[in-house]
Design a protein around this ligand. Sequence first.
Ligand SMILES: O=C(O)c1ccccc1N[C@@H]1O[C@H](COP(=O)(O)O)[C@@H](O)[C@H]1O
Length: 240
Amino acid sequence: MSHQETAMHRTRIKICGITREEDLRAAVALGADALGFVFYPKSPRNVTPEQAALLCAALPPYVSAVALFVNPTLGEVRAVAQRMPLSLIQFHGDETMDACAAIAAAVARPYVRAFRVRPDTTAGELLEYERANRAASPWFSGVLLDTYVDAYGGAGKVFDWSLIPKELAPRVVLSGGLNVQNATDAVVRVRPFAVDISSGVEAQKGIKDARKLAEFIGAVRAADATISSETSHERITDPR
Ligand SMILES: O=C(O)c1ccccc1N[C@@H]1O[C@H](COP(=O)(O)O)[C@@H](O)[C@H]1O
């Protein structure tokens, strides 16, 4: 196989809970694909639409701005969508499927919907969740898997990745307790479309640590390199 035919695996990376311009610039410089802004007043990472708009002024083209909400009203989402260059909504609460679809249609933005995985979550449940949401709205972009905890998210807790069905993994955003130590293992084992991290790259709540950001992104890219070399090896040994 020639060099040009070797497909490089590239896991998309979202850094969530941006509250400072220097963190945004560091994440962008390191190659993050998306940055998350939390609009949930109970979160230590909460920002106002005006703060997010100011932060996004430093965002270059082709890097997505994601707005995270927990059980928002349409008015709250609209206020954000009108003020910042919003690429994607992340619904991370107990919103119904129909509420997500209606809000996304009203503001004309795609969305991901968080499924908070419990120890007794089944593969069938996850597949059906994705199928039903996809059928419910053309604005549905994918499922984000997080760990079920009493709070809504950003808790740094891992769930059992073996619960994710193999056929769903290439379409999911994997989150929940990712960090510098487990990132390579997570990506090599699960092979998600994207990873999303918040607390694992923080120096303190709401403040990112530039070194952890660099190490986390490096760990994901190391996993990508492993997957790419496995894939090209499979092609060489089985050229079909
Ligand atoms: O980041 C938050 O403060 C937050 C608040 C409410 C709901 C979700 C939140 N963040 C999301 O939680 C997951 C897991 O985060 P962590 O890496 O375990 O800290 C992630 O998808 C964040 O986007």
